[in-house]
Design a protein around this ligand. Structure first.
Ligand code: NZQ
Ligand code: ZN
Length: 386
C-alpha cells in the first residue's frame, strides 16, 4: 500500500427530506446571497427547485438564478455566470443538479476570484487555491463531484474537455436526497452507474497493491450493479437509489484512492475526448472505452484482472482465460443495462479515430499509469472499441 493523506473537506447530508436543510446550512456559514446554477429544468418538474427555494427563503438567503447549464458543460456558460456573480456580488455558488451543474458551480466559484480567464486553471497556467464557497444539491449520482474537488469543463471553441482539481473546490456542504433521482430517465441511471464503476476501476487497475482497497472496491461495484438492475425494474426503489447514491459518492471521494498510485485515468482522458468532440454522455463514452482499454492492458497485471473476474463476476475459469472472461462479462453487463459498448453504437465513424487520438494528446500530458500509453496504444484501444 502507498502512503496517503485522507482529508475530505465536504460535509455531506444524506437522505429523504434533506433538501430543506440548504437554507440553514448557508445561513450558519454566515452567507446571505448566492448564485444558483441550474440545468435545463428537471428540478422544476421533480419539485427540487421548490424545496430549495423555500428553504433559502426560510434561511433569509437571497439568490440570483442562472439556468441552462448543459450536460458536458461549456466554458462560455461559466464565463457568463462569473460575470453575473461579480455584478450581483454573491458570496457563494449553489449548484442544483448533476455533475455538469456542480462542476460549473466550482468553475464559477474559482473564476469569480481570479482576474484572468478561469480556463487557465484547466490548462495548467493557474493553480486554484481560492474560490467562493460552493454548496451543492445533487440530483443524479454518478460523478462524485458532490464530495470531491474536481471540475470538468469543455472549451467548446477548442474542443478540449479538461479537469481541474483543488482543495478549494470541495463543496462546503452537499445534500443528496436519493428519492429525487426517481425522475431520472433510465439511461441516465445507467450512465451514472457506469461512471461510478469506472471511477472505482481507475484506481483498482492502477498497478498498486492494496488489499483493503481491492475488497472495498469490489463491494462497491457489486452494490452499484445490483442497485442498477433493481432501478431499471423499479425507478422508485428507494433502498436501491440510496445504496447506489452512497456508493457513487464513495467511488470518487478519496476513499478508494487511498493507498493507491493516483489512479490510471487513461479511460477518462480518452472518454473526455469523445464527449468533447461528439457531445455524448460521459457514462456512455466510458462504457465504450473501458472494456477496450482492459483488453489492451490486462497483461500488465493479469492477477488483478483475474481477481476482478472472480470477485465481481464470479468467473470460474482460471488463469488468463479468467481475465478475458471477466472483461467479456463486464462488457455484457454494460450491454444488458442498455449502455452503448462500441463507437459504432454511437455512430462515430472509423475514419475519425486519428482525430480522436490527436484530441487525447492535445494537452501534452502523459497518459496512463498501469501502462503508459502512446498514440499507437490509443489507436489500438479505439479500434478494439469500434
Ligand atoms: O439539465 P438538467 O435538467 O439538470 O437534466 C439533467 C441532464 O439532462 C438530467 N438530470 C439530472 N438529475 C435529474 C435529471 N433528470 C431527471 N431527474 C433528475 N433527478 O440528467 C442529465 C445529465 O446530467 P449531468 O449533470 O450532465 O450528469 P452527470 O452527473 O453524469 O455529470 C456528467 C458531467 O460530469 C463530468 C462529466 O465529464 C460530465 O461533464 N465529470 C465530473 C467529475 C467530477 N467532477 O469529479 C468526474 C467524472 O469523471 C466526470 O468527468
Ligand atoms: Zn467519470
Amino acid at each position: 500500500m502507498e502512503n496517503f493523506v485522507f482529508h475530505n473537506e465536504t460535509k455531506l447530508i444524506f437522505g429523504k427530506g434533506t433538501i430543506e436543510k440548504i437554507g440553514e446550512e448557508i445561513k450558519v456559514a454566515g452567507l446571505k446571497k448566492v448564485l444558483m446554477l441550474c440545468g435545463s429544468g428537471s428540478i422544476k418538474k421533480n419539485g427540487v427547485y421548490d424545496l430549495a427555494t423555500e428553504s433559502l427563503k426560510k434561511g433569509q438567503i437571497s439568490w440570483v438564478e442562472v439556468w441552462g447549464i448543459k450536460p458536458n458543460p461549456v466554458l462560455s456558460k461559466v464565463h457568463e455566470a462569473v460575470e453575473i456573480a461579480r455584478k450581483e456580488k454573491v458570496e457563494a455558488i449553489l449548484g442544483i443538479g448533476g455533475g455538469s451543474v456542480i462542476d460549473s458551480a466550482k468553475a464559477v466559484a474559482a473564476g469569480v476570484v481570479y482576474a484572468g480567464d478561469i480556463w487557465d486553471a484547466f490548462v495548467g497556467k493557474y493553480k486554484v487555491e481560492k474560490a467562493l464557497p460552493v454548496f451543492a444539491i445533487l440530483t443524479i449520482s454518478a460523478t462524485g463531484t458532490e464530495m470531491n474537488g474536481n471540475a470538468v469543463i469543455t472549451n467548446e471553441k477548442t474542443q478540449e474537455k479538461l479537469a481541474v482539481s483543488s482543495k478549494a473546490l470541495y463543496p462546503k456542504v452537499s445534500i443528496i436526497d436519493p428519492s429525487v433521482q426517481a425522475s431520472l430517465p433510465k439511461e441516465q441511471t445507467v450512465y451514472g452507474a457506469v461512471d461510478a464503476i469506472a471511477h472505482i476501476l481507475e484506481y483498482y487497475f492502477d498497478g498498486s497493491d492494496a488489499l483493503a482497497q481491492d475488497e472495498l472496491s469490489e463491494a462497491l461495484i457489486r452494490t452499484i450493479m445490483v442497485c442498477t438492475e433493481k432501478l431499471l425494474n423499479d425507478p422508485n426503489d428507494y433502498e436501491a437509489r440510496a445504496n447506489f447514491a452512497w456508493s457513487a459518492t464513495l467511488a470518487l471521494n478519496g476513499l478508494t484512492a487511498a493507498g493507491r498510485r493516483g489512479g490510471d485515468w487513461a479511460c477518462h482522458r480518452i472518454e473526455h475526448s469523445l464527449s468533447a468532440i461528439y457531445d455524448i454522455a460521459h457514462g456512455a463514452g466510458l462504457a465504450i472505452v473501458f472494456p477496450a482499454w482492459m483488453k489492451h492492458v490486462w497483461r500488465q497485471k493479469p492477477q488483478q484482472f483475474i481477481r476482478f473476474a472472480k470477485k465481481v463476476f464470479s468467473i470460474t475459469s482460471d488463469g488468463e482465460t479468467a481475465a478475458l472472461d471477466g472483461i467479456e462479462a463486464f462488457k455484457s453487463w454494460l450491454r444488458r443495462m442498455g449502455a452503448p459498448v462500441s463507437l459504432r453504437d454511437v455512430n462515430i465513424p472509423s475514419s475519425d479515430l486519428d482525430k480522436i487520438v490527436e484530441n487525447v494528446f492535445r494537452s501534452g500530458r502523459t497518459l496512463g499509469q498501469l501502462k503508459k500509453l502512446d498514440r499507437s496504444d490509443v489507436k489500438k484501444i479505439l479500434e478494439l472499441a469500434f
